[in-house]
Design a protein around this ligand. Structure first.
Ligand code: SF4
Ligand code: SF4
Length: 95
């Protein structure tokens, strides 16, 4: 059997993974798919709907509503400032 080469952080059990809320502004999107293709959690998919410019914008994939980790990679990559995320703070999730 092949040896497992991946490592786990030593403090993995004590660090909580942030949860993000995603905001998409469909009318700004130009359908480049950067946010979809590079999201490390595969949270986004292309919608079948089109915006006024004729582009398919991203939406949150079914079943992935709680998968965003608020890494903000999508907002950094988006050339049109059409997507951003905010971390959901603990007090909010405790409600
Ligand atoms: S913040 Fe990170 S995990 Fe969340 S949708 Fe954007 S790229 Fe994906
Ligand atoms: S990166 Fe921005 S412009 Fe490109 S598909 Fe995503 S939201 Fe649209």
């Amino acid at each position: 059997m092949a040896a497992v080469l991946s490592r786990q952080p030593l403090d993995k059990a004590t660090v909580s993974i942030p949860l993000g809320r995603i905001y998409i502004i469909p009318e700004r999107c130009k359908g480049c798919r950067f946010c979809i293709d590079f999201c490390p959690r595969d949270v986004l998919v292309e919608t079948t709907e089109m915006n006024a410019k004729g582009y398919h914008y991203p939406i949150v994939a079914e079943g992935k509503e709680d998968e965003c980790i608020a890494c903000q990679f999508c907002s950094i990559l988006c050339p049109e400032f059409a997507i951003y995320t905010e971390e959901i703070v603990e007090e909010e999730t405790a409600k």
